[in-house]
Design a protein around this ligand. Structure first.
Ligand code: GAL
Length: 340
């Protein structure tokens, strides 16, 4: 009887193991076993300041869970190098390896082909940071990001809140230049539109002197602003940058041209990188907007866990709020977000 029972128990254990979709591996302590969940993370480009914060926070989230014992999360993060073909190959590799979940920051949002391939694989996936316009997410997919219109609105508000509403030379209009991210990106489009819309909606006359694409890149931002300053000289009153990376570059060119932020030119960005919070405090940047990398990474990973547990996500497009950053709160943001 005893023997029969132990055979029965062994058979049951085999069934339990086979029934579990995730692999079961020994823990570091040995003896005990824990599930291993494999997560593939595709980032559009490692060489991007904000997405570096985002991916580090994704890694930190799962590292933290792993220290708690129980299910272990094996996270593999790959660099799409801003190349759609490279990213398609990376996503397909993760799919063929049979990862348990995916997190995808698309290189290209003008096509939904890759998103469709993910849907067809049936693997739960959270798309992040780059929204595909009017996309219908399935049961196992959704989006986590931020509503870029708000970040543009805050940029406009920062300029409007200056004593001269941005009209430094008092000629009755705000003459600005716009340094954009990549043109197909909804963040770039919305920030470009809504920053100016806020000024116009508040009765400010505006004049666009120059609008160019800097692809979110610091060096490119520096180059574009240098050439705008060289040709337009002191006509420029406001430099709008779609992100802080390009604003950091813009600042170098502003300095090299002998201009002074807050005195004869205004400069705004988006992201609230720690360097930029410091610049807002010392007045070398007029303001920025917190793009909450921690909040978005947390919302993304929480959603991954829910999808893995088979839960239905009711809100398919999940926006984490932005926050306007000025001299009034920059020190607080630096402390709260970066612990500085
Ligand atoms: C934006 C961010 C930029 C850049 C871009 C990439 O939300 O502000 O700095 O990271 O995403 O898609």
């Amino acid at each position: 009887m005893k023997k029969l029972l132990s055979i029965l128990l062994a058979v049951l254990m085999v069934f339990a193991l086979v029934g579990c979709s995730n692999t079961t591996e020994p823990t570091e302590e040995g003896g005990e076993t824990a599930d291993t969940v494999k997560i593939g993370v595709c980032i559009y480009q490692f060489d991007d300041n904000f997405m570096t914060l985002f991916r580090n926070n994704i890694q930190a989230y799962f590292d933290d869970l792993n220290t708690k014992g129980g299910t272990q999360y094996e996270v593999t993060i790959v660099d799409g190098a801003n190349d759609a073909a490279t990213q398609t190959e990376q996503v397909n590799t993760f799919i063929s390896q049979g990862v348990d979940a995916l997190i995808v920051n698309l290189v290209q949002t003008s096509s939904d082909a890759l998103a469709k391939a993910v849907e067809d694989s049936g693997i739960p996936c959270v798309f992040i940071n780059r929204e595909i316009a009017d996309y219908q997410y399935s049961d196992k997919t959704c989006y986590v990001g931020a509503d870029a219109k708000d970040s543009g609105t805050y940029q406009g508000q920062i300029i409007f809140n200056q004593p001269d509403h941005g009209d430094l030379n008092g000629d009755g209009k705000v003459s600005y230049i716009m340094i954009m991210g990549d043109p197909e990106n909804s963040d770039a489009k919305n920030r470009t539109e809504y920053s100016i819309k806020y000024l116009e909606d508040n009765g400010v006359e505006v004049e666009c002197l120059y609008q160019e694409t800097g692809n979110w890149d610091q060096a490119k931002g520096q180059e574009l602003v240098a050439s705008a300053l060289a040709s337009l000289t002191d006509k420029i009153e406001v430099v709008f940058c779609n992100n802080d990376g390009m604003a950091l570059g813009a600042f170098e060119s502003i300095k090299n041209a002998g201009r002074t932020v807050g005195k004869d030119i205004y400069l705004v960005g988006v992201d609230a990188l720690s360097e930029c919070c410091e610049m807002v405090i010392d007045g070398t940047m007029t303001g920025t907007v917190l793009n909450d990398a921690i909040g978005q990474a947390t919302a993304c990973c929480d959603t991954v866990l829910k999808l893995l547990a088979g839960e239905t996500i009711a809100t398919k497009v999940n926006y984490v709020p932005y926050l306007m950053v000025t001299t009034e709160n920059a020190a607080q943001i630096l402390k709260d977000v970066y612990g500085k």
